[in-house]
Design a protein around this ligand. Structure first.
Ligand SMILES: [Zn+2]
Length: 142
């Protein structure tokens, strides 16, 4: 019996694989396991810094699911390199500020950081990109 991808499989101290599973129920494909591990490792740095649990409301997205929710055509979510994050007791803007600082300090990997009304997007694409979700742009400039 092979049980490499059980739902309880831990990626880091505070993150398990099932938290990154697609909302349509599909598992992270084997070829993206290294990506999701790297994502979790970087999110663990954030988790340790803020000392609060992080909820991943969207991690991996299957191409079908991404299309269904009208996600970006080359979304990092389809590579299991992205997480949309919520932290209880922190605003998306505060979460974003922590991530941006940790990237500046070289503690988190460079990547995309998107600010949305109800969550913060982070991905480990390897170079910095910043953007604002719909409705955010006018309310705050970087
Ligand atoms: Zn996202």
């Amino acid at each position: 019996m092979v049980a490499t991808k059980g739902i309880a499989m831990k990626l880091t101290e505070n993150f398990s694989l099932h938290e990154f599973r697609c909302r349509d129920g599909s598992d992270v494909p084997d070829e993206y396991m290294e990506n999701v591990r790297e994502l979790a490792e970087n999110l663990q740095v954030l988790r340790d810094k803020i000392g609060k649990p992080i909820t991943v409301i969207s991690g991996y997205r299957s191409p079908e699911y991404n299309k269904k929710i009208d996600g970006a055509r080359r979304s990092q979510h389809m590579l299991a390199k992205a997480g949309d994050l919520i932290v209880k007791g922190m605003t998306p803007d505060e979460v974003k500020a922590e991530i941006v600082q940790l990237i500046k300090d070289g503690k988190m990997k460079k990547g995309g950081v998107g600010l949305y009304t109800h969550f913060t997007h982070y991905d480990v694409r390897g170079f910095n990109r910043r953007w604002y979700g719909k409705g955010i742009k006018d309310y705050q400039k970087e």
